[in-house]
Design a protein around this ligand. Sequence first.
Ligand code: NAD
Length: 496
Amino acid sequence: MSVHNHSEWKALAAGLTPRHQMFINGRYQDAASGKTFASVNPATDAVLAQVSEGDGEDIDRAVIAARTAFEKGVWSRESPQHRKAVLLRLAELIRANLDELALLDSMDMGKPVEDAANVDVPGSAMFFQWYAEAIDKIYDEIAPTGEGDLALVRREPLGVVGAVVPWNFPLDMATWKAAAALAVGNSMVLKPAEQSPLSALRLAELAMEAGLPEGVFNVVPGYGETAGKALGLHQDVDCLAFTGSTAVGKMFQQYAGLSNMKQVWLETGGKSPNLIFADCKDLDAAAAMAAFGIFFNQGEVCSANSRLLVERSIHEEFVARMITHAKAHQPGDPLNPDTKMGAIVSQEQLDRMAAMVEEGKTYADCVIGGETVKIDGKGCFIQPTIFDHVPPSSALAKDEIFGPVLSVIPFDSEDEAVAMANDSIYGLAASLWTGDLSRAHRVSRRLQAGTVSVNTVDALSPMTPFGGFKQSGYGRDLSLHAIDKYTALKTTWIKY
Ligand code: NAD
């Protein structure tokens, strides 16, 4: 059901006044340099705001604010019940400001506003609520040391957590880090992606309104090579949680080694396979979900099912079904509730994926799409695109395109399907469709992926860990396991 109709969303968008300054120590402020950068709506090419451009000096100010708050104990030493109450209020404030937050993400990075309103914003509220509710139900340990000793094993917050996040789910990626890190008592400095800083800047204000003390949650927008790097290299940041590309993830490992050996947690790229076996009970449902798996959020999803491996006996029929379902994902105005696919985040990203598509046309069959488009003469859009008969060793089969581009590869046996699925530097997610329960278990055990979805795609919940194998990173977001990233175990021995 639509949250608003097209004209209502347009009217709400016209009345939007995005926060554009960085948020440090509980107040909005300009960058020390006074510099700004333009935040552009990729669907209309319009400038939404001139955003403060943080660099090393601003990151330093934010880290000092975060450290000071941490040392004062205004959040870190508050009771779990208190932190729970504040984060539950934040979840409610996110819900109360749903329209605004949905519009900020939609206009900043191009996703359909109805998706932001139905998925991203409720998701963010749910993640804060989930960690809030969890935090006073986690007990520490007493080690079985025997008579004469008492050894307590406690989880303690790390201190200052830095987070650097991408633009594909701006509010949710920030929340995945912040909800768990804040719930256990850390202070934070968040650097949103330069393409999409607006929802994080508003989130910081809502967090203060909910009762988070000043300095606990700071947001410094800016470029990766300056602000992101400064956070990665900072000597007083205890932990750096990153979501983004594999190439930049590797840089954060270097930054840690070059500075204070801070813990680095990486959620990086993917080239997730979706395996369709001929014994799948409902091929049309599988095709509809496979289309969703690659075209949702313009394919700008780390776990997008971008490789479709289809058993040869159903290959032609399945591709025909995919073409039909792809047609339902034509790009359109993100503010129109009927739009299933919005704009690509930036001209730079569109050019990059268009070049990969053009090159792909020289060696694989482009069976639908393959062209960039304008809507009302504006914006960065591309058609839903499917390549068939993709050579398994080609760029279309190996490289993350991070757009609505699907590569189809037929297979002849289960072993071949598993081998092809695992033939990737990535291991974030995988899906498989089969009516054979034994095969479902057998194949899902053999797939090298952090999440395997059987007879669905991209299954995800706050209750289950999310993250990758291989060069898709390490450490897990979501679930209680995420708390391990933001706490250190401390053992205290007491001699009787
Ligand atoms: P990116 O790596 O270019 O940027 C991510 C963040 O890193 C941004 O905030 C950016 O400013 C910062 N950054 C860039 N260069 C930097 C540098 N030299 N030093 C420090 N920081 C730097 O990624 P992107 O294009 O924004 O996002 C797309 C990528 O994110 C894809 O590879 C996608 O798979 C990945 N992603 C992964 C997950 C996951 O959970 N595994 C989720 C979403 C996106």
